[in-house]
Design a protein around this ligand. Sequence first.
Ligand code: NAG
Ligand code: NAG
Ligand code: NAG
Ligand code: NAG
Ligand code: NAG
Length: 213
Amino acid sequence: MAKNNPLIVIITAFLVLSLMLSLVKAAPKNITTDQHALLALKDRIKYDPTNLLAKNWSTSSSICTWIGVTCGVRHHRVTALNISYFGLAGTIPPQLGNLSSLRVLDISLNQLSGTIPSSIFQTSSLEWLDLSDNQLSDSFPSIIFNMPSLQVIDFSHNILSGGLPSDIFNYLPNLKVLSLNGNMFDGQIPLQIGNMTMLKALHLDNNKLQGMM
Ligand SMILES: *[C@@H]1O[C@H](CO)[C@@H](O)[C@H](O)[C@H]1NC(C)=O
Ligand SMILES: *[C@@H]1O[C@H](CO)[C@@H](O)[C@H](O)[C@H]1NC(C)=O
Ligand SMILES: *[C@@H]1O[C@H](CO)[C@@H](O)[C@H](O)[C@H]1NC(C)=O
Ligand SMILES: *[C@@H]1O[C@H](CO)[C@@H](O)[C@H](O)[C@H]1NC(C)=O
Ligand SMILES: *[C@@H]1O[C@H](CO)[C@@H](O)[C@H](O)[C@H]1NC(C)=O
């Protein structure tokens, strides 16, 4: 019997690869995925002064009727999550990254703490990302370059720290607003920021950044 026949090796490799690809494609995301993601968030909220989510985010009604949630008319997926100024304390669950049709994520003006799950930066449809005025502590998410549609990044007034990666700013061609003020970022201001032609507002003050634009 032929040992290590190259043809058999190639065919086997091909079959294994096809199987892996079919597994990846097997679970299309739908409104049920979105519900799981929102319930994971509800679960992470440790303080909800008016019991807003506890009362309103009820599994007996469609998530599209939940306060702060907007669904798309055609595809019936969550397109916006805006829980700004709900007074919530807690952390952000990685499941939020499963809201794969999300265009707007506004969780500003709460007391959310902990790190920003990197899965959020897999929602390539995201245009508006406002995490401002929370207590998020993390480094700048370098993985953000996966999101060419982003127009607004507002991370202001958190406790984010570390340097700003220089290369990512080449991959955000549509960015109009970049607000990183009121954090603990340090190091040099990346020169690449000066090359962002769409940028209309840039706030970097109240950090420990150096350099000139
Ligand atoms: C969503 O997809 C899962 C399988 O991935 C399926 O079991 C479920 O019925 C679907 N839900 C809706 C509302 O289509
Ligand atoms: C949740 O809030 C929305 C918007 O205020 C409202 O339309 C909906 O009826 C509420 N649902 C429940 C179950 O209270
Ligand atoms: C989120 O809701 C608040 C309060 O209703 C509003 O001021 C803000 O503009 C909304 N955010 C976005 C991105 O639409
Ligand atoms: C959603 O996200 C979590 C964590 O990122 C993951 O474990 C889970 O399998 C994802 N998919 C669905 C369909 O909920
Ligand atoms: C900015 O863009 C110009 C022209 O495309 C290029 O030559 C330069 O290297 C860029 N600067 C940085 C810091 O990437």
